[in-house]
Design a binder for this molecule. Structure first.
Ligand SMILES: NC(=O)c1ccc[n+]([C@@H]2O[C@H](COP(=O)([O-])OP(=O)(O)OC[C@H]3O[C@@H](n4cnc5c(N)ncnc54)[C@H](OP(=O)(O)O)[C@@H]3O)[C@@H](O)[C@H]2O)c1
Length: 492
C-alpha cells in the first residue's frame, strides 16, 4: 500500500512553515510510511522542481534539524500539480496525476485542505465529483466509505453552529465520518497527550481528580503578540471563536473527561463529547456574571480593524461541568492577545486541608496545593506543596516538585503537526475532532457571542499591552475568593 498526502494550499504559509517541515522531520526520523509521496496543489505556477526549491529554503528555516542529504532524499517524494479548487476539471486531472504517481498501486490518500475555509465546500464537492466520474484505465473504490481516502480540515471549522453543521453536511455527502480528520493542533502537542498519560497511566492522581479534592480549574492560553496583519480576519472572529471554541474547550475536555475503556478514536472522543454535553447552558443572567471581555489598548488602530470595533481580544469564562465528578467545581477559561507572555497552562487548584493545623500562614484557597501543567512554550508539570521553613518555627512555604520534558528527555519536542500528519496517514483519528464534538463546542460559544451582541454586555474593559488582561479581570475572579495564576513559564 503506497501513501499519498495531497496538500491543497501548496504555496501557502501553513504548508511552508508547518506541514512540509513536519513531513521532512518524519522522513528524517524514519517514521513516514514507506512509499509516501507528497503532492502540492495550488494555482501558483510551479514545476515540481521549483516548488522543491522554495520548500527547501523554508524547511531549512523551520525544521528543527535540517540536513542537505536528508532533504535530497526527501524531495524525491515531493511533487506539484497546479490546480484551482474552483475548477472541477482540475480535480479530474489531479486524480489522473495521482494515479500516475502511484503507478496504479493500491493507495492510502490523505487530502489536506490547507486553504481559506471559504474554499472547503468547493474542494469537498469537486473531490466527490472527480471520484464519481469514470476515467479510462483507473479502477478505484468509490470515495464514500473508503477508509483509504481521508480528508484533513484545518481550523476554523465553521464560524458558528450553523456554518459548522453545513460544513459537516457537505463533508458527509462525500466522506463518511471516519474519513474526516478535523485538526486542532493543540491535540498534537506532546504535553496535551501527556495529560491523558498523567491521568490514566498513574494511579495517584485519579482518586483526587474530582470535586472532593479540587476547588477549581484554570485554563489559560495567553498570547504575547498583538493581531498585527491579521486584523481583518481577527476582528470578525474575536477571541472566543479564535481560541475558545477549539483550543480551550479541547483542554477542558482532556482535563475533565472520564477514562475511556480503550485508547481508540471513538472511545476517546465519546468521553470528550460527554464533557461538552455536561457543560451547563447559561441563561442571560448567568452569561452576564460568568463571562468577561476586554480589548487591548491600541487594537482599534490595527490594520483592518474598524474604529468602532467591539471585538474582544481577551475573555474569561466560568464554566460548570454538571456531572458527579465536577459538580460545584468551576472551570475558569481565559485567553487573550497582547498579554504578559506566551503561555498555555492548566492549573488544578486543590482544596485546603479540612483542618488547618498551621493556619498562621494561610489565608485562602490559593495557598493550597496546585498542579500546574504547562503546555507551551515550557512543557512540563509542577506540583506545589507546603514545606516547613527550616529553623523558623512553624513557618510554611510553597515549594515545587518539577518535571520538565526538555530536562528529562533529550532532543527537541516534535511539532504537533508531525504527530497529526502521521496519524492521518496511518488512520488514527483519536487526536482529531469529531463532528458532534465540533458542533457541541459551537453550541457553548454561540449563546455567549449572541448575548454579547444582543445586550452589549458585559462591559468591554481596556488593558495595556503586555499585562495579564485588565485589573477588572482580577476583581472578577476574586469575587469568588480565587486568584488567577499569573505566572510566566518557569520550566525549561
Ligand atoms: N498559517 C498558519 O499558521 C495557520 C495556523 C492554523 C490554521 N491555519 C489554517 O490553515 C489554512 C491555510 O492557512 P495559510 O495561512 O497557509 O493561508 P495562505 O497562506 O493564505 O494560503 C492559502 C493557500 O490557498 C491557495 N489557494 C487560494 N485560492 C485557491 C484556489 N482557488 N485553488 C487552489 N488553491 C488556492 C493559495 O495558493 P494560490 O494563490 O497559489 O492558489 C495558498 O497556497 C487556513 O484555513 C488557516 O485558517 C493556518
Amino acid at each position: 500500500m503506497v501513501h499519498t498526502i495531497v496538500i491543497f494550499g501548496a504555496s501557502g504559509d501553513l504548508t511552508s512553515r508547518k506541514l512540509i517541515p513536519a513531513l521532512y522531520s518524519l522522513h528524517q526520523k524514519g517514521y513516514l510510511p514507506a512509499d509516501t509521496q507528497v503532492v502540492g496543489v495550488s494555482r501558483s505556477v510551479f514545476s515540481s522542481e521549483t516548488w522543491r526549491e522554495t520548500l527547501k529554503k523554508s524547511t531549512s528555516q523551520f525544521a528543527s534539524s535540517f540536513k542537505e542529504e536528508v532533504w535530497a532524499d526527501f524531495e524525491q517524494r515531493v511533487h506539484y500539480v497546479p490546480g484551482d479548487i474552483g475548477k472541477s476539471e482540475d480535480f479530474v486531472r489531479l486524480r489522473q496525476e495521482l494515479h500516475r504517481l502511484e503507478a496504479g498501486a493500491e493507495s492510502t490518500r490523505v487530502y489536506y485542505l490547507s486553504t481559506a475555509p471559504t474554499l472547503y465546500p468547493d474542494a469537498i464537492r469537486h473531490l466527490g465529483e472527480a471520484h464519481s466520474v469514470a476515467i479510462e484505465g483507473i479502477n478505484e473504490a468509490p470515495l464514500l466509505g473508503n477508509e483509504h481516502r481521508r480528508v484533513v480540515i484545518e481550523k476554523p471549522f465553521g464560524t458558528d453552529l450553523g456554518t459548522a453543521q453545513d460544513l459537516n453536511a457537505q463533508l458527509h455527502g462525500v466522506f463518511s465520518e471516519n474519513q474526516v480528520y478535523r485538526i486542532d493542533h493543540y491535540l498534537g502537542k506532546e504535553t496535551v497527550q501527556n495529560m491523558l498519560v498523567l491521568r490514566f497511566a498513574n494511579s495517584i492522581f485519579e482518586p483526587i481528580w474530582n470535586r472532593n479534592y479540587i476547588d477549581h480549574v484554570q485554563i489559560t492560553v495567553a498570547e504575547e503578540v498583538v493581531v498585527g496583519r491579521r486584523g481583518g480576519y481577527y476582528d470578525k472572529a474575536g477571541v472566543l471563536r479564535d481560541m475558545f471554541q477549539n483550543h480551550l474547550l479541547q483542554l477542558l475536555m482532556i482535563t475533565a473527561m472520564e477514562a475511556p475503556v480503550r485508547f481508540s478514536a471513538d472511545l476517546v472522543r465519546d468521553e470528550k463529547v460527554k464533557v461538552l454535553r455536561a457543560v451547563r447552558q447559561f441563561e442571560d443572567e448567568d452569561l452576564l456574571k460568568n463571562t468577561f471581555r476586554a480589548q487591548y489598548e491600541g487594537y482599534l488602530h490595527e490594520e483592518g480593524v474598524p474604529q468602532d470595533s467591539d471585538t474582544p481580544t481577551f475573555s474569561a469564562l466560568k464554566l460548570h461541568v454538571d456531572n458527579w465528578r465536577w459538580n460545584g467545581v468551576p472551570f475558569y477559561l481565559r485567553s487573550g492577545k497582547a498579554m504578559s507572555c506566551r503561555t498555555t497552562q492548566i492549573v488544578i487548584q486543590f482544596r485546603e486541608p479540612p483542618h488547618l493545623l498551621f493556619s498562621g500562614d494561610r489565608h485562602s484557597t490559593w495557598d493550597a496545593n496546585q498542579l500546574v501543567i504547562q503546555i507551551q512554550p515550557a512543557e512540563g508539570i509542577q506540583l506545589q506543596f507546603h514545606t516547613k521553613v527550616p529553623d523558623a518555627g512553624m513557618k510554611l512555604r510553597m515549594t515545587n516538585l518539577d518535571f520538565s520534558f526538555s530536562r528529562e528527555f533529550s532532543g527537541s519536542m516534535p511539532d504537533a503537526y508531525q504527530r497529526l500528519l502521521l496519524d492521518a496517514l496511518t488512520g488514527d483519528a483519536s487526536l482529531f475532532a469529531r463532528s458532534d464534538e465540533v458542533e457541541l463546542a459551537w453550541g457553548i460559544i454561540d449563546p455567549i457571542t449572541e448575548f454579547w451582541k444582543r445586550t452589549q454586555k458585559p462591559h468591554i474593559f481596556g488593558y495595556p499591552v503586555g499585562e495579564w488582561g485588565p485589573q477588572e479581570s482580577n476583581d472578577w475572579i476574586e469575587q469568588d475568593g480565587r486568584r488567577w495564576f499569573d505566572v510566566c513559564p518557569i520550566l525549561h
